[in-house]
Design a protein around this ligand. Structure first.
Ligand SMILES: [Ca+2]
Ligand SMILES: [Ca+2]
Length: 368
């Protein structure tokens, strides 16, 4: 596959936005008994439980780092009857703009028929917050580890958000639903989230030829794209090796109607710092702007990947040239901060038309 890994891209920048500029509406790690003012519904079948970590069932915030510490909210799905549910509601929140992203971690250890439904609860016109709207449903599967979820919201007046746990098949459930490390920011949610599991063993066994390609994602406009990770990028300094991250276009379902080449778009890649306190997070972010650059004389980098790309059976799609940064993130930082919590590397990717670019602030690490 052709590469542009060593290319110095003319228009790129590293974001350095202080965390204070993030419009944080709410966050909760459930470490205190008041569970951040969240309330249990009394008209449903059961309650969520403020549950302390135990060996083999650690919370997400502390991930077993401290004994006898770390709490989650847990909804038991191994008891009662199918379709019984419990609703956990946030306190009333007052948005400043009509754009929010609810991010949280969840773990579903019960039946594969269990589900977690996220609701918004709005003013019914009389000043009472009780009009419900379903936003998103998460179904359980065979993967019983902590996962991240994002739910976009567009709410302009006071509201609550709520988690409804639903028992799918109590006779075949040996567990339940856990939620932890919730944050609600007034930003848009990332277009794509790629979670790479067991990243430290990948780092240990990688050589300079190791390349991981993401699945294909789609931008809000309809462009297919992907991210490439080179765990051992070939770049190093006195701190040691670096991991490289690179962006590429990928062929997709909408190519026939898309505009080519896809210029004046901004690709942003973020490696998430999973610090539970969003104000302390120092995620690493880089952006580039697509232009009329060529390789091999006349081939436009950002042209239709079906024309200029290389076929990849793993996505059954054509991937264009990858452009990005050999020095995206230091191995030293990956090990030191919360980038590899539960050994997951979590990557957010956006590909946006610059004219529609609104707020996507991400706090980033100051250069050391
Ligand atoms: Ca209840
Ligand atoms: Ca917690």
């Amino acid at each position: 596959m052709r590469e542009n890994n060593n290319r110095i891209f003319p228009i790129w920048f590293k974001r350095r936005i202080p965390a204070s500029s993030l419009t944080l509406l709410d966050q909760c790690a459930f470490e205190n008994i008041n569970i951040c003012g969240m309330i249990q519904s009394s008209t449903d079948d059961a309650d969520w439980v403020h549950l302390k970590s135990s060996p083999g069932s650690e919370d997400h915030t502390l991930s077993g780092q401290c004994r006898d510490l770390g709490y989650t909210m847990h909804f038991d799905t191994s008891t009662g009857n199918a379709e019984q549910s419990g609703l956990l509601e946030s306190r009333i929140l007052y948005p400043k703009r009509k754009m929010q992203c609810l991010q949280f971690f969840y773990k579903m250890t019960g039946s594969v028929k269990d589900r977690l439904v996220i609701w918004e609860k709005m003013d019914d016109g009389t000043g009472t917050v009780r009009k419900l709207k379903k936003l998103h449903t998460v179904w359980a599967d065979e993967d019983k580890t902590w996962k991240i979820a994002h739910v976009p919201m567009q709410i302009g007046a006071k509201f609550r958000f709520a988690f409804q746990g639903v028992r799918g098949d109590p006779a075949n459930s040996g567990g339940g639903i856990f939620i932890d490390d919730i944050s609600l920011t007034e930003t848009h949610c990332p277009a794509a989230v790629w979670r790479i599991q067991n990243f430290s063993s990948i780092l240990e066994t990688a050589d300079y030829n190791t390349v991981l390609n993401s699945p294909r994602f789609y931008s809000p406009e309809g462009y297919g794209f992907g991210v490439q990770v080179r765990p051992l990028s070939g770049y190093s300094d006195y701190t040691g090796h670096y991991t490289g991250l690179y962006f590429h276009l990928a062929s997709g379902d909408n190519d026939i109607v898309m505009q080519w080449p896809a210029v004046n778009r901004q690709a942003t890649i973020v490696v998430m710092d999973q610090d539970p306190d969003i104000k302390l997070r120092m995620s690493s972010a880089r952006s580039l702007t697509t232009d009329m650059s060529t390789v091999n004389g006349d081939k436009l980098i950002w042209d239709n990947p079906r024309t200029v790309g290389t076929y990849d059976p793993s996505c059954q799609c054509y991937r264009g040239d990858s452009v990005g940064w050999r020095s995206f993130i230091k191995h030293y930082d990956l090990r030191r901060r919360n980038y590899l919590k539960n050994d997951d590397l979590i990557i957010f990717v956006d590909f946006e038309d610059l004219t529609s670019l609104i707020n996507s602030e991400v706090p980033v690490a100051p250069k050391v």
